[in-house]
Design a binder for this molecule. Structure first.
Ligand SMILES: Nc1ncnc2c1ncn2[C@@H]1O[C@H](COP(=O)(O)OP(=O)(O)OP(=O)(O)O)[C@@H](O)[C@H]1O
Ligand SMILES: O=P(O)(O)OC[C@H]1O[C@H](OP(=O)(O)OP(=O)(O)O)[C@H](O)[C@@H]1O
Ligand SMILES: O=C(O)c1cccnc1
Length: 494
């Protein structure tokens, strides 16, 4: 089941009020069908990290495919009034919305791709009214899923090949937050989830142990383990910390012995409190000495990538990690600041007028053009992403201006290979992209992270991967900024 099926018949109203207000403004000014280009990008990697994993495209595609104002949506907009109790929206405009169908061109970076600040993850070209309405829903989908996929990738990286399971639904930002987070966490590399609906909707393996309530509902801890083993002789993971963890592990061993006599094996134990390094080391000894080296040790309890890293350096003997709150809420940075900016508008003669949004800081000035990202590779590693504008093309050899120091230029020589990251998704409103399966997307994340040198992947002060503007685009942008600043100054003088 996809995004729109989970909600009302239409998601056209899933946008900010100001988008519909501007849409009416464009319509009244007869600008609504003027062709525009917007780009979706973020300015900073989350978690002070060195990379981001793109995610959410599949849900974005679904939203765009279903983009249609139904009668119910129109009726609601008709009911809205302004401060003078007058209808806010013109009947002619609402009629236009009702008959409108999606007709934009969309290019986007496939899910599971490494992406970096300031490069477009998605480009949409089409009637300005449509592009404008879609700003907010595209951002809500892609910002959140990219954030969680990145968090998951970091956690999986810290686990160094151990299995990571997502346990976060109870602490997630509501039911949709939980579902989207589970999907994105899988893209980032977790092997399973406790979220049964996500298992059903997305085909993600569902996994789990049991809660303290199971142990507490029996008079004796050992009786609770034995009873669980009877119900799930081949799928039991005992939670051993309800009373005294090491005692709990010894009782688990007693039940594991009975299970073996009855022809089954205990799968694992779970630690959910106390010193996880000490308890896992001691627990491993108890299990190994009793002849159960195959019983795995799962740990949970407010874990994240930093704690996993610390527990690893302490020699913890944990082989499976259950991660909830810190993963699905992206606890230390609960939002990715992706933005969606107008970059070009076609004039009446059919020529692109390039647009920039000025800012005090040059890095925050948006980039004009119809942008594409060219990624360069050398000796199996990625060595730089160059943003270029399709109408301007690329100089030979490809020359990129250094992002922080425009006096430095990097030439990508003939020994580099390259690929363009934005691929066609919709042409004139028709889907032309065939989405990979979620497992293929997860594999892509893994393959992509393998392209990135570990200096970019470390958690503390990672290397900044270079994303720069192609030389001609850089010059065009600078000229436009200088021109706009001059015009502003003149206006202020007059
Ligand atoms: N060896 C360790 N090094 C660093 N952090 C640890 C270690 N062991 C556990 N932690 C973490 O320390 C935090 C402390 O957990 P908390 O205060 O909940 O204690 P607790 O033992 O779980 O108590 P409670 O019984 O109330 O759950 C958790 O995030 C846990 O993952
Ligand atoms: O710690 P997180 O990373 O958020 O992982 C999910 C947590 O949810 C459960 O705790 P909870 O106290 O809700 O229930 P329980 O009785 O099953 O322990 C579980 O035991 C984990 O500790
Ligand atoms: O299956 C588990 O152990 C589980 C599920 C959800 C939250 N915490 C733990």
């Amino acid at each position: 089941m996809n995004l729109t099926q989970r909600f009302r018949p239409s998601l056209a109203l899933l946008t900010d009020m100001y988008q519909i207000a501007m849409a009416q403004g464009y319509w009244k000014n007869k600008m609504h069908e003027q062709e525009a280009v917007f780009h979706l990008y973020f300015r900073k990697n989350p978690f002070e990290g060195g990379y981001t994993i793109s995610a959410g495209l599949e849900d974005a595609i679904d939203l765009l495919q279903q983009f249609k104002f139904e009668q119910e949506d129109i009726a609601y907009l008709q009911s809205l009034t302004g401060s003078k109790e007058q209808p806010l929206f013109d009947e002619g405009f609402l009629e236009y919305l009702k008959n409108m169908s999606f007709e934009c061109d969309v290019e986007a970076v496939p899910e599971g791709t490494l992406v970096f600040p300031n490069e477009p993850l998605l480009r949409i070209k089409g009637p300005i009214l449509q592009c404008q309405l879609l700003e907010t829903p595209l951002l809500t989908i892609i910002n959140f899923q990219s954030l969680i996929a990145t968090k998951a990738a970091r956690i999986v990286d810290a686990a160094q090949g151990d299995r990571v399971i997502e346990f976060g639904m109870r602490r997630a930002q509501g039911p949709d937050g939980a579902l989207s987070a589970t999907r994105a966490a899988f893209i980032g590399g977790v092997v399973g989830t406790s979220n049964v609906l996500a298992g059903h909707l997305y085909g993600i393996p569902v996994k789990g142990t049991h809660a303290h309530s199971w142990i507490m509902s029996f008079k004796e801890e050992q009786t609770a383990f034995a009873a669980y083993a009877q119900v799930f002789p081949h799928d039991s993971i005992f939670l051993v910390d309800t009373y005294n963890t090491l005692e709990g592990i010894r009782k688990a061993v007693e039940v594991a012995k009975q299970m073996r006599e009855n022809g089954s094996e205990l799968k694992g134990i779970r630690l959910d409190s106390g010193d996880l390094a000490y308890l896992s080391i001691e627990g491993r000894k108890i299990l190994d000495e009793a002849g159960f080296p195959e019983v795995s040790i799962l740990a949970s309890n407010d874990l994240d990538e930093y704690l996993i890293q610390s527990l690893k350096t302490q020699g913890a003997r944990i082989d499976t990690w259950g991660i909830g709150t810190k993963l699905v809420t992206a606890f230390d940075q609960p939002a990715l600041g992706g933005v969606y900016k107008l970059a070009a508008l076609k004039d009446a003669e059919g020529n692109w007028e390039f647009k920039v949004k000025l800012s005090e800081q040059l890095v925050k000035v948006s980039t004009p053009g119809v942008l594409q990202v060219r990624r360069f590779y050398k000796n199996g590693a990625i060595v730089g992403d160059m943003i270029y504008s399709e109408p301007l093309g690329v100089e030979t050899p490809a020359t990129m201006v250094h992002p922080n120091d425009p006096t430095q230029r990097k030439i990508f020589a003939a020994d580099c290979t390259s690929e363009d990251l934005l691929v066609p998704i919709f042409q004139k409103g028709q889907k032309v992209y065939s989405s990979p399966s979620l497992t293929e997307i997860q594999n892509r994340t893994k393959q992509q992270l393998g392209l990135l040198h570990e200096t970019y992947r470390r958690f503390l002060n990672p290397h900044a991967y270079k994303v720069g503007l192609e030389a001609k685009l850089h010059d065009q942008k600078m000229n436009l900024v200088i021109h706009l600043r001059k015009t502003e100054q003149q206006k202020n003088h007059d």
